[in-house]
Ligand binder design. Structure first.
Ligand SMILES: NC(=O)c1ccc[n+]([C@@H]2O[C@H](COP(=O)([O-])OP(=O)(O)OC[C@H]3O[C@@H](n4cnc5c(N)ncnc54)[C@H](OP(=O)(O)O)[C@@H]3O)[C@@H](O)[C@H]2O)c1
Length: 275
């Protein structure tokens, strides 16, 4: 990926799985540098994190100090923690300069976010963990006060981490169940496919590599050709062959409806997370 021009100072508030994934991806792409990226934490000495720098060499500050220094805040705390975080920022005047507030919290509406960050333009984003290696996908939804320039900034931030789509906010919980949770579903399928080969005696490491490369190739075929997965599946499925034999076993196990219901359930729960 070509190095992009660095954005103005960005503060990542909440440094868990996603905060670290986003920080790592932003640094790797060059869209942020160690001079333009800050990490905000709620305690001065969080366990396992050096108070001055983290593993990436980023300055780790208290939330208010990180927020005051930044033109863009990316909220990477759990949905239930957003309210407390924003209350603290408001009380300490850390939102007085009206930064762009981007929340990746599942289920948290832009209307709620705007009420927690009065006067700040807000954008809701749903990234996923492959953002850490620049192969993620993020869906953006415009919130109150967000002008085209704010959306463009959010887009350039997340484009450095993978693909970006913009959708109406009504789809965000569904997107959360599909692309936010989706990597976990794919990992389960990868693991299961590898297990079948391990059962036949293939070394586990080889089975996992083959399984992952199959998923990567198949996904890229869908994106590159624009053909429906069912048509691509037919290409693999010779009459009276081994693939159709395997597919019938998967159909007996109702794989398609189980996976579809899994996504549907994840989306439903996503909508309840910030309640
Ligand atoms: N995981 C995913 O695949 C994924 C994908 C898309 C979106 N999301 C969204 O991303 C957000 C974060 O998820 P996660 O999986 O990264 O969770 P996580 O690993 O638990 O990280 C959350 C971090 O927030 C910190 N935190 C809590 N309250 C804070 C506060 N007031 N100020 C600063 N830091 C605070 C926690 O640290 P301490 O408790 O040590 O303070 C923790 O390190 C969630 O809203 C989730 O909906 C997650």
């Amino acid at each position: 990926m070509e190095a992009a021009a660095p954005l103005p100072v960005i503060a990542i508030l909440g440094y868990g799985t996603m905060g670290k994934a986003l920080a790592g991806g932003l640094l790797k792409s060059g869209v942020a540098t160690r001079d333009t990226l800050r990490v905000g934490v709620r305690r001065p000495h969080p366990q396992g994190v050096d108070p001055r720098t983290d593993g990436l060499g980023l300055p780790v500050l208290l939330n208010v100090d990180a927020a005051r220094a930044a033109g863009t805040l990316v909220l990477c705390v759990k949905p239930r923690d957003v309210e407390t975080l924003m209350a603290q920022l408001r009380e300490d005047g850390a939102l007085d300069h009206h930064p762009l507030v981007i929340s990746i919290a599942a289920g948290l509406s832009t209307a709620r976010l705007a009420s927690l960050a009065p006067g700040c333009p807000v954008v809701r984003a749903m990234p996923n963990t492959p953002c850490a290696i620049g192969r993620g996908v993020t869906v953006l939804a415009r919130g109150p006060g967000a002008e085209d320039a704010h959306l463009a900034l959010a887009r350039s931030l997340f484009t450095s981490l993978g693909a970006v789509l913009e959708l109406e906010e009504k789809h965000m919980d569904t997107v959360t169940g599909l692309s936010g949770s989706g990597p976990a579903f794919i990992y389960m399928v990868l693991e299961a496919m590898a297990e079948g080969a391990v059962m036949r005696g293939l070394p586990r490491s080889v089975a996992l590599e083959l399984s992952a490369r199959v998923a990567q190739g198949a996904a890229e075929m869908v994106l590159a050709t624009g053909r429906h997965p069912a048509a691509l599946r037919d290409d693999v499925t010779t009459p009276a062959g081994c693939t159709v034999a395997g597919l019938l076993v998967l159909e007996d196990g109702r794989l398609r409806s189980v996976v579809a219901r899994g996504v549907e359930m994840a989306a439903k729960v996503a909508g309840e997370l910030s309640n």
